[in-house]
Design a protein around this ligand. Structure first.
Ligand code: KG4
Ligand code: ZN
Length: 336
């Protein structure tokens, strides 16, 4: 069964074809990130207009790369929610019209469930087939941060979530404080490699609570104070020294901030895995691409004999293969 996936919830126009819920025949993503780099975030109306312009060519490319005609498609899965409404509407209306014209089902998909499902695609970076159920999933994207108890591709319970900023949002805001472009996560990840993660003791918010909730806004404020302090020192330096030192202290802040976020995410995820007695943890969403988070999570989990699964870098970010893959299971459930 070939499912065409369509994803337009934020600033990526994406289409993909996935066979039998697993095999990614094509996955095309047209990112608008460059448009928003200097704004520090996505402007929904601009994103929506760009989706309108890009969606048809992206779908055509996905079909062509999969070597299929529209008539070979057995269903059109599309991201219904959550996301930016003007952006979502472009994908929703296009998917429904296309499904109607092809005489196949249109399948609404929850974007977060699709991120979790990315671990079941065969292109996953860990090269392991399928994922055991139940497992604990740490879902960390630009809009959401949650710990989920996942019982099947279509069934999960939320054990905890952020009370304010999402982890990805915190990365984006801290990048802005450091004068870095949007999206901040990949740049902080890279810059952190030049910094010392132990140089600044940023708070680890909510590490002392027994629930699975998070809060990142206090950490962001701590970074703001540190940035202000460094800027004052830096203003007193000569120009030659300033550039080099500015990079060094920014790298230290990036590394120390990233370490604090990773520590909290790992601590809570491990506690959930222990309490629920599962032997698998999965990572999902854009922040799951973070190299330090992956490395530390694998180390912590392996010490306890727990396996960590994570999607290929491209499949962590918004894409339509995860939407199409989950769509296959939705259709199967409807038929049963
Ligand atoms: O899942 P995603 O592509 O979109 C949403 O559904 O939100 O996640 C985007 C988020 C952005 O906040 C971005 O800064 C963050 O994922 N991100 C990262 C990394 N790559 C992307 N955060 C930390 N480290 C990364 N390597
Ligand atoms: Zn997403």
């Amino acid at each position: 069964m070939n499912i065409l996936g369509i994803e337009t919830s934020c600033d990526e126009t994406a289409a993909a074809v996935v066979k039998d819920g697993k095999e990614v025949l094509s996955s095309i993503v047209a990112s608008q990130a460059d448009l928003f780099a200097k704004h520090g975030g996505v402007i929904p109306e601009i994103a929506s207009r760009k989706h309108l312009e890009m969606l048809t060519p992206v779908i055509n490319e996905a079909l062509e790369k999969a070597g299929l005609n529209p008539n070979d498609i057995d269903g059109v899965a599309y991201t219904k929610e959550p996301g930016l409404l003007p952006a979502l509407l472009v994908g929703i209306s296009h998917a429904k019209a296309l499904a109607l014209s092809l005489g196949v089902p249109a399948i609404p998909i929850n974007h977060l469930e699709a991120h979790v499902y990315a671990n079941s695609l065969t292109s996953s970076a860990d090269k392991k087939e399928g994922i055991p159920y139940p497992h604990i999933c740490l879902l960390v994207s630009g809009g959401h941060t949650s710990i989920l108890f996942v019982e099947s591709p279509t069934k999960y319970k939320t054990l905890g979530q952020t009370r304010d900023d999402a982890a990805g949002e915190a990365f984006d805001k801290v990048a802005r404080l450091l004068g870095l472009p949007y999206p901040g996560g990949p740049i902080i990840d890279k810059m952190a490699q030049d910094g010392d993660p132990a140089s600044i003791k940023f708070p680890r918010p909510m590490m002392d609570t027994e629930d699975y909730d998070f809060s990142f806004s206090g950490l962001k404020t701590a970074v703001l104070h540190e940035v202000k302090r460094r800027v004052e020192i830096s203003d007193e330096l000569s120009d030659e020294l300033k550039d080099q030192l500015d990079y060094n202290w920014k790298a230290d802040i990036a590394a120390s901030f990233q370490e604090a976020v990773a520590d909290v995410l790992i601590y809570k995820t491990m506690n959930a895995a222990i309490e629920k007695n599962v032997d698998t943890i999965s990572l999902a969403g854009g922040v799951a691409a973070n190299s330090r988070l992956r490395e530390k999570m694998i180390r912590a989990a392996n010490d306890l004999g727990i396996d960590v699964r994570y999607p290929d870098l491209k499949m962590c970010m918004d894409n339509a293969a995860m939407v199409a893959g989950l769509g296959y299971h939705m259709i199967k459930e409807l038929k049963n």
